[in-house]
Design a protein. Structure first.
Length: 129
């Protein structure tokens, strides 16, 4: 009888996705099933203004230099959110679009191909038989 590993509620976390992919080898599973809730929780705007970037995550606001943005984006992804660089003007457009604060905007077209990146990572890690 095949051994099945089932997981759900990854919510865009790259850490969880990588653990899910490695579960087959770790648990000697024949089949991996992701039962849903794969996408992230929200878009987190990283706003560019006057040569620096501002972001609010978990109630904490920070301003960083351009060379630190990659690290901030990686931290946002680890928490299961989608970082999205934007201008102040784009932030205001999203606020109008969503009818609320941009962090709760529903404009998911800016997720940057996260699902495609996950699939590429999966194809590199999983051998198909």
């Amino acid at each position: 009888m095949p051994k099945v590993f089932f997981a759900t509620d990854l919510h865009g976390s790259e850490v969880c996705w990588k653990k899910f992919l490695n579960a087959a080898r770790f648990y000697d599973a024949d089949v991996l099933i992701c039962g849903g809730d794969m996408t992230g929780k929200a878009i987190v705007p990283i706003v560019s203004e006057n040569g620096h970037f501002s972001v609010t995550l978990g109630g904490e606001h920070q301003t960083v230099a351009a060379e630190q943005v990659g690290e901030v984006e990686a931290n946002i992804r680890r928490k299961g959110y989608y970082p999205l660089r934007m201008s102040v003007d784009r932030l205001h457009e999203l606020r109008v679009f969503s009818g609320s604060d941009a962090g709760r905007g529903r404009a998911l077209d800016g997720h940057g191909g996260r699902e495609a990146a996950w699939l590429r990572h999966s194809l590199l890690r999983v051998s198909w038989q």
